[in-house]
Design a binder for this molecule. Structure first.
Ligand SMILES: CC(C)(COP(=O)(O)OP(=O)(O)OC[C@H]1O[C@@H](n2cnc3c(N)ncnc32)[C@H](O)[C@@H]1OP(=O)(O)O)[C@@H](O)C(=O)NCCC(=O)NCCS
Length: 171
């Protein structure tokens, strides 16, 4: 439970699927992210899909999927944070923060080491994501919106190369 925003953070259940679609569509003002979430779920790519429930309603959603960094001859395992969405009427009360913090806490427990995100530069640094950690990774995204977080200090040491998302991202 998030003490500031009264959100219960829990795993997505099959009964939440329609509401997750609504949250994604209303938050982004388009269906693209909702379609992506559905494709990833259909292809079993979900590593962690969390719901923020406020007053019994699905108010937010965050998804983490497996991704890779091609570094020299090796393929380093990482996690993609995408998308994160909060219904407009529930924004700016800590719901997105609670979803992100709980997701990162769970990923640490799952022994994950690296999380990558494309997003707002004012938002993700507060969770420890940084541009600097991501600077040796090449991506199809604008560099000022691509961030990395080492869940284990030094997890990105010596790693340089291109990132590989699940094919459902269509990149
Ligand atoms: C981004 C988003 C998930 C944040 O969720 P939230 O529950 O409103 O966030 P929180 O309440 O935990 O944090 C609020 C803080 O986030 C920042 N923030 C919120 N939306 C932001 C945005 N669009 N751009 C930059 N910073 C933003 C603000 O600094 C805000 O702090 P303030 O209230 O002191 O100004 C939500 O605004 C959203 O769903 N937006 C549309 C979809 C989207 O852009 N998703 C993220 C893709 S990277």
């Amino acid at each position: 439970m998030c003490s500031d925003c009264a959100a219960l953070i829990r795993d997505e259940q099959p009964a939440d699927i329609a509401e997750v679609r609504r949250v994604e569509t209303e938050a982004f003002g388009q269906a693209e992210e909702a379609d992506l979430v559905d494709r990833l779920r259909d292809q079993n790519a979900h590593l962690l899909s969390l719901i923020a429930e406020v007053d019994g309603q699905v108010a937010g959603h965050i998804l983490f999927t497996r991704m890779w960094i091609r570094s020299g001859e090796t393929r380093v395992s990482a996690v993609a944070l995408a998308p994160l969405a909060v219904l407009p009427e529930y924004q700016r009360r800590g719901v997105g923060t609670a979803l992100t913090n709980e997701g990162l806490r769970r990923l640490r427990g799952m022994q994950e080491r690296i999380v990558l995100v494309v997003g707002h530069k004012e938002y993700y640094p507060r969770f420890g994501f940084s541009r600097e950690s991501a600077e040796r990774l090449s991506t199809p995204f604008p560099t000022d919106s691509f961030f990395a977080l080492e869940l284990v200090p030094g997890a990105l040491d010596g790693i340089a190369g291109s990132v590989e998302y699940h094919s459902a991202f269509g990149l």
